[in-house]
Design a binder for this molecule. Structure first.
Ligand code: MRU
Length: 368
């Protein structure tokens, strides 16, 4: 996808130096385009924790490259236990998006299996590239399946399809295409008129800052709205469809996503607006049956709520928002129960949000 007319992925190797991994610094968008470099596993931990990179699929792929950087740094001694330690360290950077553990475990198993064979570094790098390529392919396929849903609505309605989304489940949260935005981009490219209601997504404003930015770069009509506006729009027939992403989805179809998603699902349910969740299979947690009780919810720094960041003449600045003595709660995610989800759009197709339908698409998971 594009930034200032130039094609980008969100993560790549530095040109001419395969020991440096580069990412777009998402803390600076939409005000500044800056590249952040990772040379060590500690840099990778920092990038994930401080949200230089964010969004479940990108967190996973970044961690995969982090394991490659850990391998580059490995001295003599007990290599296996150091690698296991680095893997746990990376996994502790953020708790909710399961893509992180998925990618780290996949890399660790690969490295430990191959540790005695030749070309380990090159092959580990290939493995990280492969996980990246799979996420791009998943995004594209999610886009094709989701496109059919948008097309159906357009056929019935005959005019612009209004889609509401929350947070940033766009290409910036992935590698390319995005999850929730992939069907939107595919529809837009096909000439289907779409318009996106973009929830601003306090406290970090991933909607206002990132989703609006990338939709703008791709020329997709959109309107940024305060987080509390969706219910009103739905009551007045101004939303045809909600599509959001996910950070972790239980095997029973409960969906953890950015805080506030649950309230959108309730409003959609009350107004008969279809509520879809787009996710690659790396976002399923096959071990969790009850998302509300079992998915760990990240609590972040209170200053994300008590302050707000924006652009001032001399750069990005924060200003204080609330009385100094007031307490703050900052839960990063909530869980939307499966009963409020119309369907899950995956790289293998669309299914209902229940265990039977999910396992029909992913039969190999039944016996793992
Ligand atoms: O805290 P963030 O910005 O990492 O949260 C991101 C989200 O909640 C996204 O909606 C989710 O990761 C899906 S990304 C395709």
């Amino acid at each position: 996808m594009k930034i200032q007319g130039k094609q980008y992925h969100t993560i790549w190797l530095k040109e001419g130096d395969s020991s440096v991994v580069e990412v777009i610094d998402q803390r600076k968008l939409p005000f500044q385009f800056k590249v952040f470099q990772m040379k060590t596993v500690e840099d990778t931990f920092f990038a994930i924790k401080e949200m230089v990179v964010r969004g479940a699929p990108l967190i996973g792929v970044t961690a995969a490259y982090g394991m490659y950087l850990a391998l580059l740094d490995l001295g003599d001694g007990d290599r296996e236990s150091v690698l296991k330690e680095k893997a746990e360290y990376l996994k502790s950077s953020r708790p909710t998006a399961v893509n992180l553990a998925f990618a780290v475990d996949e890399m660790l198993v690969f490295i430990l299996n191959e540790i005695a064979s030749g070309n380990l570094i090159e092959r580990t790098l290939e493995k990280a590239h492969q996980l990246k390529a799979e996420e791009i392919e998943s995004g594209s396929r999610i886009g094709e399946f989701g496109l059919k849903i948008i097309e159906e609505i357009y056929k019935k309605k005959g005019e612009t399809v209004n889609i509401l989304t929350h947070c940033n489940a766009g290409w910036l949260a992935c590698i390319d295409w995005g999850t929730a935005t992939a069907p939107i981009y595919k529809a837009h490219l096909k000439g289907i008129p779409v318009h996106v209601w973009v929830d601003e997504t306090r406290p970090r404003n991933q909607g206002a800052r990132l989703t609006a930015y990338e939709l703008g770069e791709e020329g997709v009509p959109h309107t940024v709205i305060p987080d509390n506006t969706g219910g009103h729009l739905m009551q007045h027939g101004m939303v045809d469809l909600v599509i959001v992403g996910s950070d972790r989805t239980s095997i029973t179809g409960d969906v953890a996503n950015k805080i506030g998603t649950y309230l959108k699902a309730l409003a959609a349910n009350d107004n008969n607006v279809p509520f879809y969740v787009a996710l690659p299979s790396s976002t399923f947690d096959w071990d969790i049956e009850d998302g509300v009780k079992q998915i760990p919810i990240e609590q972040r720094d209170p200053t994300e709520v008590s302050e707000i960041e924006g652009w001032a003449e001399d750069g990005i600045q924060s200003v204080h928002l609330i009385p100094e003595k007031s307490k703050v709660a900052n839960y990063g995610f909530d869980v939307t129960p499966a009963r409020l989800v119309t369907g899950l759009i995956t790289e293998r197709g669309v299914c209902e949000a229940d265990k039977q339908s999910i396992l029909k698409l992913f039969p190999e998971k039944e016996f793992e």
